[in-house]
Design a protein around this ligand. Structure first.
Ligand SMILES: Nc1nc2c(ncn2[C@@H]2O[C@H](COP(=O)(O)OP(=O)(O)OP(=O)(O)O)[C@@H](O)[C@H]2O)c(=O)[nH]1
Ligand SMILES: [Mg+2]
Length: 331
């Protein structure tokens, strides 16, 4: 399963306590204060590792605590600082503070990192409290507590191409034809509930990643259906393949479908309206599709004259286009 969301608890290490101690040396009857400072607690750091692709590991391990600093020692020796705890995360992970909902970071590049919970400072030993009036202080500080919080992690699929469209228009079927992926295909809506990724071989030695996304419906930008959950994946794709059911199943009008989905994309994020888009006019094997296609092309071209419309049937694996999008399909 493709896990793309997780909630974890992080806690920086507590600082080590400062020490109250006095020097006890031969021939020095009244040794001064000698308690050292505690060491700092470790930070919890999230760091991007490009070798990771999912948040799967975070389903099993959800608590990340860095070690505490070592206590101060006598003879004014500092306790050691604790090591930071480095947690590896996949590229494309957005980190959100669960309490405030504040987005902390959007980590995309290998090696990028963020301190998600700072370790506490070590407490000062009694040596530091000595003054002219009080040369033998009996006080020392405790180490500060490490920061703690819950963090929501969201992985945005990093794919070159994203398949968008209403439910049941054939997005998963398309992915299964052009890549080795085996997504679930069903005649009912919302068959796909988490994104599926497939690698498409372009035939010239190059390949790209295609993401089959769950179906969108009207109001998705406000969270209707499975709304936001999926739209955020679309944001990360370089090209959108907009799959439209040309048969107009369930009394739908292919042109209206196309307009509605584009509206949802735009309302969610205005930038998505400029994202390159190819229309896959699917289900061309159905009897009513040919006629629908003619008026569809006419109406779409009025709005977007340059858009590429590719008539296909994922069922019979036929494609009447000429570009590489037809690989895997008979012409
Ligand atoms: N006739 C015909 N049926 C198709 C074609 N492509 C897909 N289907 C059928 O349409 C139905 C939905 O296909 P899916 O690929 O699951 O559709 P989807 O867009 O991924 O649907 P969701 O995951 O629910 O959003 C299935 O019954 C498919 O067999 C096609 O080209 N022609
Ligand atoms: Mg699907």
């Amino acid at each position: 399963m493709f896990v793309d969301k997780a909630k974890v608890y992080v806690k920086g290490g507590d600082g080590g306590d400062g020490l109250v101690a006095f020097r006890r040396e031969k021939y020095v009857p009244e040794g001064g204060p000698g308690g050292g400072d505690g060491g700092n607690g470790g930070d919890v750091i999230f760091k991007v590792d490009e070798g990771l692709r999912t948040l799967m590991d975070f389903r099993y391990q959800r608590h990340f605590k860095a070690k505490r600093g070592i206590k101060g020692r006598n003879k004014t020796q500092h306790g050691a600082n604790a090591e930071d705890l480095i947690v590896r995360i996949p590229p494309g992970t957005v980190l959100i503070d669960d309490d405030t909902g504040e987005m902390l970071a959007d980590l995309t590049h290998h090696g990028q990192q963020l301190v998600v919970a700072k370790g506490g400072r070590g407490g000062r030993g009694n040596t530091r409290f000595a003054t002219a009036n009080n040369t033998a202080p009996e006080i020392a500080e405790n180490g500060e507590e490490g920061e703690e919080r819950y963090i929501v992690m969201e992985l945005k699929v990093m794919a070159d191409v994203g398949l968008v469209g209403f439910p049941s228009v054939g997005k998963s079927t398309l992915l299964s034809v052009v890549s080795g992926a085996k997504p679930k295909i069903g005649a009912y809506h919302f068959t796909t509930i988490t994104p599926n990724l497939g690698v498409v071989d372009a035939g010239d030695g190059r390949s790209f990643v295609m993401a089959d996304l769950p179906g969108l419906i009207e109001g998705a930008h406000e969270g209707v259906g499975l709304g936001h959950e999926f739209l955020r994946h679309v944001e990360r794709t370089r090209i959108i393949i907009h799959v439209v059911d040309m048969a107009g199943s369930e009394d739908r009008d292919p042109y209206e479908d196309w307009v509605k989905i584009n509206d949802e994309l735009k309302l969610y994020n205005i930038d998505l309206s400029d994202r390159p888009q190819i229309v896959a006019a699917n289900k061309m094997d159905m009897p009513e599709s040919a006629e629908n296609l003619v008026s569809f092309i006419e109406r779409v071209k009025e709005v977007k004259p340059d858009i590429e419309i590719m008539p296909i049937s994922s069922l019979t694996r036929q494609c009447s286009g000429t570009s590489i999008s037809c690989s895997g399909y008979a012409r």
